[in-house]
Design a binder for this molecule. Structure first.
Ligand SMILES: Cc1ncc(COP(=O)(O)O)c(C=O)c1O
Length: 463
């Protein structure tokens, strides 16, 4: 049977493919949800009206609804009928990413990736902005160097050398509008100059993988074990993307043996290592590990960002380039984007030079360390395990009592309880329903006054 439209308020096109049972209705609904055609929280027709449209018995549709509700695909609430559950499903590779759920505000936002925005140093930032702008000559407001303002590049050279062990000079830094743009500039340049493949860690952000493929490189996954990315699997790629200081999302640092192995692979292969130092400022256990870039500036392109240390809304990141890529990447930036706005650059330069950036980082490090400790303590009575080193703004919570196949239902339960979070399987290069379930929890975002309540809600969810 081909498609048909239900009436009575909500239209729903369902392809039953010639079958007429409860399973056929459930499969068609699941496919529509998975593909993103039915979005989270959208209302479904009543079982009576859908059954009438499809020419089926009402119970057939009602049974399909109940089965999908029990599995967490749908939710049924008195007064609001049956709706698609509020989950963000991992999409099959190649499918366009769907926007994140934008429904009613979450009670507790534990979605990883964001710092505590209430902690943004507004007053100090405004003061730095005023000082910087007052001192800036008019020329600085003209067309800037595509690499960004030399003053900021100089301040970053000093700061990154001191705090992250990066070895560079202002000429090899390019200011861009976020890690994602840095990765895009690099991968577009690599593809234009002959590269074909890029290795990526087997777990990471789907958006970054999509971006690499969009720029024409094919992806090669590399497994991760307790020493970090398996460098013996790098083989013949042209480049690799590594979260060396703190693997995202597993939280493991790349061991020193693996760091050395990655560098000798890159040298042998004439390949480029792209180092994503997204939260390198936030290590809490006093075992600061410098950037991989500092060991071999000729082999590593380093990308740092203000998205975690300050706020994503600033849209500022820095790319430190090996000499052989410098001219080509600057050209890509000039041709695709021109330059990055100067106002925030001027302010960040002044913010770093005045010592405000160091003060802010040290304060934030303490704040996030306390939050992580509270989270670890709150989860102790449960069977979950916190994985990874004490660092960053997120933890991976492994759930030995569940498998990855249960994650969607768990995520849906979390959303019904008003908790935003991410599932581990959604971050895998290849989904693996047989693996242990995991939840990726960002502890930076909730405001202080609701953090304890957020932890109680999380404990109830996994406990
Ligand atoms: C692994 C990883 N890299 C980089 C970033 C920062 O990206 P951007 O600077 O584009 O905001 C994030 C932010 O969530 C991240 O999780």
């Amino acid at each position: 049977m081909s498609g048909t439209w239900a009436t009575f308020g909500v239209d729903l096109l369902l392809e039953l493919g010639g079958k007429r049972g409860r399973e056929a209705v459930a499969t068609a609904l699941r496919d529509a949800i998975r593909s993103g055609r039915l979005s989270p929280d959208s209302a479904l027709p009543s079982s009576r009206s859908l059954a009438a449209e499809l020419g089926l018995a009402r119970n057939t549709v009602a049974d399909a609804y109940s089965a999908l509700t029990a599995k967490g695909w749908l939710s049924a609430r008195p007064g609001s009928g049956t709706r698609v559950a509020i989950v963000s499903l991992s999409l099959p590779r190649g499918a366009p990413s769907r926007p994140r759920y934008q429904g009613p505000a979450l009670r507790f936002d534990l979605v990883p990736g964001r710092p505590d925005l209430a902690n943004f140093p507004r007053a100090a930032w405004l003061r730095a902005s005023r000082r910087a702008f007052n001192a800036a000559p008019n020329d600085l407001l003209g067309y800037p160097d595509p690499r960004g303002l030399v003053g900021l590049r100089t301040a970053l050279t000093e700061y990154l050398g001191r705090a992250r062990g990066v070895r560079t000079d202002p000429d090899h830094i390019l200011i861009c509008s976020g890690f994602a743009q840095g990765l895009s500039l690099l991968t577009a340049t690599l593809a234009r100059t002959g590269a074909r493949t890029m290795s990526v860690e087997s777990h990471g952000m789907a958006r970054h993988r999509d971006l690499i493929e969009h720029n024409g490189l094919s992806l090669r996954p590399v497994d991760i074990d307790e020493s970090g990315a398996r460098t013996d699997e790098l083989t013949d790629s042209d480049a690799v993307l590594l979260t060396a200081a703190h693997q995202f999302p597993l939280g493991i640092p790349l061991s020193s043996a693996r760091r050395a192995a990655a560098l000798s692979w890159a040298r042998r292969q004439r390949a480029v290592i792209v180092e994503d130092d997204y939260d390198g400022e936030f290590r809490f256990d006093r075992r600061q590990v410098g950037a991989l870039q500092g060991m071999s500036p000729d082999l590593v392109a380093y990308i740092g960002t203000a998205s975690k240390s300050l706020a994503p809304g600033l849209s500022l990141a820095w790319l430190i380039l090996p000499p052989r890529l410098l001219a080509d990447v600057i050209e890509t930036k000039r041709l695709t984007d021109g330059y990055t706005g100067v106002f925030e650059q001027l302010t960040l330069e002044e913010f770093i030079r005045s010592g405000d950036y160091d003060r802010h980082i040290r304060r934030s490090r303490l704040h996030y360390r306390q939050r992580r400790e509270q989270l670890v303590a709150a989860m102790q009575p449960t069977t979950s395990r916190v994985i990874g080193i004490a660092a960053g703004l997120h933890v991976l919570l492994e759930l030995p009592d569940y498998s990855a196949a249960d994650e969607i239902a768990l995520h849906s339960r979390a959303n019904r309880a008003g908790i935003g979070l991410e599932t581990l399987d959604g971050m895998r290069f290849r989904s693996d329903p047989t693996a242990r379930a995991g939840l990726v929890i960002g502890y930076g975002t909730p405001p202080d006054h609701s953090y304890r309540a957020a932890l109680v809600a999380l404990r109830e969810l996994v406990g």
